[in-house]
Design a protein around this ligand. Structure first.
Ligand code: ADP
Ligand code: MG
Ligand code: MG
Length: 929
């Protein structure tokens, strides 16, 4: 260690560490300090800082700095004093756990070693002290096994094989059946395994053990599991850098029937219900619960089994929640009737539990509304908008396990994580089916729709990880027997192999063969209440992109305050409309075109009336036709193929007519023609051929090298005025008709692809003319707005001048991003963008995450310039970015009036809009680079 580092403090006792400093002490360490300091019973111990970890990892070969070991030594002697035991002592040995814990919780991703300090000598001391030989040998063999695996790199199977052998010799099925003798035998065999595998004897000096263990925990920060996990959850070095090491006195939950170990949640993390929730095992060590080796009991059973301790546990739960003001997920151990808390952290919950607890904690006065709104990541709400199993389904489940993480998943069964990853990558929907899962399986989780295990409780690894990811999970489905080798599973007399479709329902625990019908998710009353608070605090309004009355109705249910974008071109794709559209496109004269448009007008009018009726007085923004019209024609290639077939058909039909004439000639007495002949008339085919040829000609004439930058949007509108005029008329007439029916409507006519105010001026003339004529013929005054998309860079730069015509703006950030980067989206995403992201040239995909530094800067200026001309101007965003929380935060910052996104994202956007307002003066919006 160099100069200044010499005097640094690397080690903090639980009684002195700052419970708020998770960055330095890790989450687990900081909370152990805090719990100790608020008077909860925590075994004595200390934290080695994350800074020490980083320093060590710079050059692990150097070993741990002397300075650090000295400080550890000093704190260890304090622990000895507090516990009345001696580390490495013969008579009354102190055993410790050496636990990892970084600033961000990464459950099970790093290593922990228990029972450290045991060797052949201290073991005898422990036996004297406890009078329980069996327990001591069990502790010893667990220590050798864990230390061997974690610190010395001995493969787990080496130990498992020995274990199985002894079990077989003893003729028992589970480890509970093993005697002290058997366990002593196992311990000895384990020591030999270590010798065989490492070529060295197992380190017996407790101080050496401790040093090796600290290094191993530090090293686990860089282990594959941990690195994968951080990558998946985007945990950056700013969020967590290095792991702390917690050294604390061991307490034992396996000291007999007055001992136990368990995991608790201060509220039910599945439903959010305000009841203590958790699981425990009598006479067991913590790892037994987490690993899901034995299926534990619900804590409610403790009320009758250990009433006094149940009381203490409820008291602990109340203190934790009152202090942290957040749902806690805690570990406890009872040693000979004394309850210890070993860990606490903020509980991970699915979205509906988060929403429910938020609302209830506000109503209980535990937190305020802003805190409630800020504790939920907007994206998480998506889970609540997912479908559920149709309750009317009568299909019988093949088995029912524990409902470990709610939601329904359908996919093919896969029995190991590697194959799940492989098949998931190819786009298959996979359900990972395991006996139990381990942290090593994490990549399989990422690739799966849901997880099914045959062992383990609701706090098993599989359940905890699945809940954190919001993926459905059924655990402890004991009827299922999995054979990984043959990729096969059996449940009673039913069987299924890898690739079989199954459905799991993490809300009920049911498992089905095949797929089961689902229904759309429903809004809970808690969510409605929470989002009403959000709407009150937010400055941004949230609109929906909706093209049809069905879309609009759905968006309204999600709380949309209006329609921010109705794309009229989608309305032309219906089967009865497309031919009219094609007729309009291939028209050679203005009259022909007008004739086709006259047929489209009433259809469009009905479309708009449908939208207006549903949205009532809420604003409805309708965009005039945007895409290049050749998009409505079949491709050139397709037309050519069709034509070839038709010509072929025509020849055949001609031949058939010759044939039929000959037949008639020979058989004149039969007289009448068959009715089929009408359809086989070659003239009819000729007519079709002519139509298709016209389409082909038109398609070729309309061909563009770069259609997205070509003849589309307002440019098309200005070359074929009849189209926009028809649309404007349809909008205004339907508004007038609704008004007549007593519905006060507020359409907003929006022009796409504008780049100069001259374009707007010309469209505006048609709008004014049409307004005058409609108002006159209906005898009323219309209330609507006229505005422009801002999706062309020049339009943004000329926003002040555009604002003279436009009463509102709406940013089309999809096109604006393409234009700002000069990236065509499809080409970028399929070719170079992944490389750009991987190598850090761009941090995000700008089509998903609004590029606030470039595109955003243009937007910010455009808003200022536009409002310079028209100060009260509404400005919105209707690109895909409008539904993404980080982009929404930026939109709030630059003073937009609203964001518009797809219906199901509306709740997400509403929450994000409130958070944007709440965080207004907090951290900066964007990341580095
Ligand atoms: P993780 O972060 O993976 O949960 P932990 O450090 O919490 O790892 O430890 C794993 C298990 O060991 C937990 O069940 C924990 O309660 C238990 N444990 C850790 N330290 C002690 C201790 N001092 N006494 C008893 N059990 C312990
Ligand atoms: Mg833990
Ligand atoms: Mg666009």
């Amino acid at each position: 260690m160099q100069g200044e580092d010499m005097s640094r403090k690397w080690v903090y006792a639980f009684s002195e560490g700052d419970g708020k400093n998770k960055k330095l002490l890790g989450g687990k360490g900081a909370n152990l300090c805090e719990m100790t300091q608020i008077g909860l019973r925590v075994p004595p111990g200390f934290v080695i800082t994350t800074e020490a970890c980083l320093l060590y990892l710079k050059d692990p070969k150097q070993g741990l700095p002397e300075e650090l070991l000295d400080q550890v030594q000093k704190e260890l002697s304090v622990v000895e004093k507090k516990s009345g035991r001696v580390f490495g002592g013969r008579d009354n040995p102190l055993l410790v756990s050496v636990r990892s814990g970084s600033a961000m919780s990464m459950p099970g991703m790093m290593d922990t070693i228990l029972n450290l300090g045991l060797n052949d000598e201290t073991l005898q001391g422990l036996i004297q002290q406890t009078g329980n030989e069996r327990f001591c040998y069990d502790a010893y063999r667990r220590f050798i096994q864990l230390f061997g695996k974690v610190a010395l790199g001995v493969p787990e199977t080496e130990f498992d094989n020995e274990f199985e052998e002894v079990k077989q010799k003893a003729g028992v099925k589970t480890d509970v059946g093993l005697s002290a003798r058997d366990l002593a035998d196992i311990a000895k065999r384990f020591l030999n395994v270590v010798m065989r595998f490492t070529g060295k004897s197992f380190p017996s000096d407790p101080r050496e053990q401790l040093e090796i263990a600290i290094r191993a925990v530090f090293n686990s920060w860089g282990g594959k599991r941990a690195v994968d996990y951080r990558r998946e959850f985007k945990i950056t070095p700013e969020m967590a850098n290095g792991t702390a090491v917690n050294v604390m006195e061991m307490v034992f939950g396996n000291m007999g029937d007055d001992s136990a170990t368990g995991v608790g949640f201060t509220r039910d993390p599945g439903t959010g219900e305000n009841v203590i929730f958790g699981e425990y095992l009598v006479n067991a060590q913590g790892e037994d619960v987490v690993a899901g080796i034995r299926t534990p009991k619900p804590v409610s059973a403790m009320a009758t089994e250990m009433p006094r301790l149940y009381h203490e546990l409820v008291d602990l739960r109340n203190k934790l929640e009152a202090h942290y003001k957040e749902i806690q997920d805690f570990e406890f151990t009872i040693e000979k009737g004394i309850l210890y808390c070993l860990q606490t952290r903020n509980g991970k919950m699915n979205a509906s539990a988060l929403v429910r607890t938020s609302v209830e904690m506000v109503n209980d006065g535990l937190i305020d509304k802003p805190a409630a709104l800020l504790r939920i990541q907007p994206e998480m709400l998506e889970q609540m908008l997912f479908p559920r199993l149709d309750p009317h389904v009568t299909k019988k489940p093949i088995t029912i396990g524990l409902p470990a993480s709610p939601g329904v998943a359908v996919g093919i069964a896969v029995f190991d994580a590697d194959r799940a990853e492989k098949r998931g990558r190819t786009g298959e929907r996979v359900i990972l089916v395991r006996e139990e899962t381990k942290p090593e399986d994490i990549h399989g989780f990422f690739a799966s729709q849901g997880i099914l295990t045959s062992r383990g409780g609701k706090t098993s690894h599989a359940a905890v990880v699945a809940r954190g990811m919001g993926k459905p999970c059924v655990s402890g489905a004991e009827g299922i027997v999995v054979d990984v080798r043959t990729r096969h599973a059996r449940v009673g007399d039913q069987e299924f192999s890898e690739g079989a479709l199954i459905t799991i329902d993490g809300t009920t625990g049911a498992v089905y063969l095949g797929d089961v019908p689902m229904i759309e998710a429903e809004f809970s009353s808690h969510l409605a209440e929470l989002l009403s608070w959000a709407d009150n605090l937010a400055k941004l309004k949230v609109m929906a992109n909706a093209d049809t009355p069905d879309d609009a109705a759905r968006a309204l249910k999600f709380g949309a305050m209006g329609i921010g974008l109705c794309r009229t071109e989608r309305m032309f794709n219906g089967t009865e409309r497309l031919p009219l559209m094609v007729e309009m496109i291939v028209a050679e004269t203005q009259e022909d075109r007008q004739a086709a448009l006259d047929k489209l007008l009433p259809i469009q009018r009905e479309d708009f009336k449908g939208l207006f009726r549903i949205m009532g007085s809420r604003p409805v923004t309708i965009r005039l036709l945007d895409p290049p019209i050749h998009e409505f024609l079949p491709s050139e290639h397709q037309l050519e193929e069709e034509l070839e077939q038709l010509r072929h058909l025509r020849d055949i039909l001609r031949g058939m007519h010759v044939l039929s004439d000959s037949v008639n000639f020979l058989n004149t007495t039969k007289g009448t023609h068959s009715p089929v002949q009408k359809f086989t008339d070659p003239a009819l085919v000729d007519e079709i051929i002519q139509k298709k040829e016209a389409m082909l000609r038109k398609g070729r004439a309309l061909h563009e090298v770069n259609p997205m930058l070509g003849h589309r949007g307002v440019r098309l509108g200005l070359t074929f005025p009849e189209i926009y005029r028809m649309q404007i008329r349809a909008i205004l007439e339907s508004a007038a008709e609704c008004q007549k029916d007593g519905i006060s409507v507020h359409p907003e006519i929006m022009v796409p692809q504008v780049c100069t105010s001259q374009e707007l001026k010309r469209v505006k003339i048609w709008v004014d003319e049409t307004r005058a004529s409609v108002e006159k013929s209906y005898g009323l005054t219309l209330d609507f707005k006229f505005g422009s998309m801002l999706e062309v860079v020049r339009a943004c730069l000329r926003a002040d001048s555009l604002a003279e015509e436009a009463e509102f703006f709406s940013f089309g950030t999809n096109d604006l991003t393409q234009a700002t980067f000069s990236f065509s989206r499809e080409d970028a995403e399929n070719k170079f963008l992944p490389m750009y992201n991987q190598s850090g040239i761009l941090l995000d995909n700008p089509f998903e995450v609004l590029d606030v530094k470039g595109v955003g800067r243009i937007m910010e200026q455009a808003v200022k310039w536009g409002r310079h001309t028209r100060p009260d101007m509404d400005v919105g965003i209707c690109g895909e970015h409008g539904g993404h929380p980080a982009s929404i935060r930026f939109c709030h910052k630059i003073g937009l009036t609203y964001v518009s996104c797809s219906g199901p994202r509306v709740p997400i956007a509403r929450l994000a809009a409130a958070q944007a307002a709440l965080l207004e003066n907090k951290k900066p919006v964007d990341k580095a680079a």
